[in-house]
Design a protein around this ligand. Structure first.
Ligand code: C2O
Ligand code: CU
Ligand code: CU
Length: 471
């Protein structure tokens, strides 16, 4: 494995941009009471520096990715949102367990161009700590708006922040995005075939930078929060010579750290990993290894995905300095109570609406669906009872992977032994030609929400359903 030494690293420094620090987190505005997070976000198109050059993208407050918002369980959150795009948009607070109604996390809202909307919601006192995020959810435009840069991290402090061995570590945040830009920095709109596969861009950025540095002290630890904010690209992560100690996924912490050589992170997913500075001083690349997420099952088109055959360098972990002391990770992190047995079981058949024998260019190609139906915001597909526990099976008989996501309540994935895995997730990868079950309890909030594939082109093309939680 080619580890760079400091000398060769300095030579290569021109291709490595500054430290991977995200823009300063937004904070409660002066005068706001404790427990009240009050932030302003403005979506606007403009020239934004991505990968070291001007790109004509969409930013929140002029930044790609958007600013980090930080809150605690029990906080009231207010987001004063201004739409300065030339098109309608809205915001979704991905993974937050908050009300899906009114002016809370309501993905049915549409904010016309030039208009404002103030989002208001309460984080329950029992909310899980974790790495969440915000992004537009304007049906039909989600992939384009997110792929142009609209995504930001929303951190909820929680159980892990009470554990000194974790809380004392430096805490870099990495937002992974990919962009398809012309030489002059203008965004390229994909054609229908690319949308069906899920658009990918050749410019892969972490915090808007190509291969930024992440500093680590020898014998020290970092707690790395990683968000896959790409429309479609999967990242199969490996850090040269370092195990990744997974401590949290999507919506919350794990019962104990798990050492991994590689972790696959699909669109919408988040992980928190601990990395120990236990190797010789030097630079170690955080790589995304080849992964094949399948195709339309039509030979030639299957090769259009783009991410399957290349290794990409996402960032470089650079040793600098020596930690004053070192420590081990505790073997126990949090307790996750089991869900009670499900009273209702449902299945969801994912469809690409492109039957064999249908013409490639036929209208059927547009019809991504769940249980045979494409998304219709005016129809309720699934009615559930508030307080009930259900088991859902996602059945993927297509030739392409579909990472499925459910709003409002996290779930536990059912393992091969039939028991739920103790981890709260809100996106689950349903690989091509496979099926997977998840269990969830509909807690606290009634209202209408959505479930969908988080390959955002698939969502836009109709692979989304409406869930109504009835009190
Ligand atoms: Cu991150 Cu409905 O999405
Ligand atoms: Cu979501
Ligand atoms: Cu999909």
């Amino acid at each position: 494995m080619d580890v760079w030494n400091r000398r060769s690293f300095l030579k290569a420094a021109a291709s490595v941009t500054a430290l991977a620090v995200l823009p300063r987190p937004l904070r409660a505005q002066p005068g706001a009471s404790p427990g009240f997070v009050d932030v302003s976000l403005e979506a606007q198109q403009g020239w934004i520096n991505v990968g070291g050059r001007g790109s004509y993208l969409y930013g929140f407050n002029g930044q790609v990715p958007g600013p980090v918002i930080e809150a605690k369980p029990g906080d009231h959150v207010r987001v004063r949102f201004r739409n300065r795009l030339q098109e309608a948009t809205n915001l979704h607070y991905h993974g937050l367990h908050v009300s899906p109604s009114g002016n809370a996390d309501n993905s049915f809202l549409e904010i016309p161009q030039g208009e404002d909307l103030t989002y208001d919601f309460d984080l329950p006192v029992s909310h899980l700590g974790g790495t969440f995020w915000y992004h537009p959810h304007m049906h039909g435009s989600v992939a384009r708006q997110v792929a142009r840069g609209l995504a930001g991290v929303f951190i909820v402090r929680g159980e892990l922040d009470q554990i000194p061995e974790i809380a004392n570590a430096a805490e870099p945040v990495l937002v992974l995005q990919d962009f398809d830009l012309t030489d002059s920095g203008l965004p390229v709109e994909p054609g229908l075939m690319e949308r069906m596969l899920g658009r990918e861009g050749g410019l892969v950025a972490a915090n808007g930078q190509v291969n930024p540095q992440i500093l680590i002290q020898r014998d020290g630890w970092i707690r790395l929060r990683i968000l896959n904010a790409s429309s479609s690209r999967f990242y199969r992560l490996r850090l040269e010579d370092h195990p990744l100690y997974l401590i949290a996924v999507d919506s919350g912490a794990l019962p104990g750290p798990e050492a991994h050589d590689e972790i696959l992170i699909t669109p919408g997913e988040r992980i928190e990993v601990m990395v120990r500075g236990a190797r010789p001083d030097g630079s170690y690349r955080l790589l995304s290894l080849p992964y094949n997420r399948g195709g339309m099952g039509m030979g030639m088109m299957g090769s259009m995905g783009g991410s399957s055959s290349q290794t990409t360098v996402l960032a470089t972990v650079v040793y600098e300095g020596q930690a004053a002391r070192t420590w081990d990770l505790p073997q126990q992190l949090v307790r996750i109570d089991p869900l009670s047995s499900p009273t209702v079981r449902r299945s969801f058949q994912l469809g690409q609406g492109m039957g064999m024998g249908m013409g490639m260019m036929g209208g059927g190609g547009m019809n991504f669906s769940i249980n045979g139906r494409a998304f219709n915001p005016n129809r309720v597909d699934t009615r559930v009872r508030l307080g009930s526990v259900e088991e859902w099976e996602f059945i993927n008989a297509t030739m392409m992977d579909h990472p499925m996501h459910v709003h409002t309540n996290p779930f536990q994935v059912v393992g091969s032994d039939g028991l739920p895995v103790r981890a709260w997730k809100d996106v689950v990868l349903v690989r091509a030609n496979s099926r997977i079950r998840v269990r969830t309890e509909f807690r606290e909030f009634a209202g209408k929400a959505m479930y969908h594939c988080h390959i955002l082109d698939h969502e836009d093309l109709g692979m989304m359903g409406v869930l109504e939680i009835q009190a």
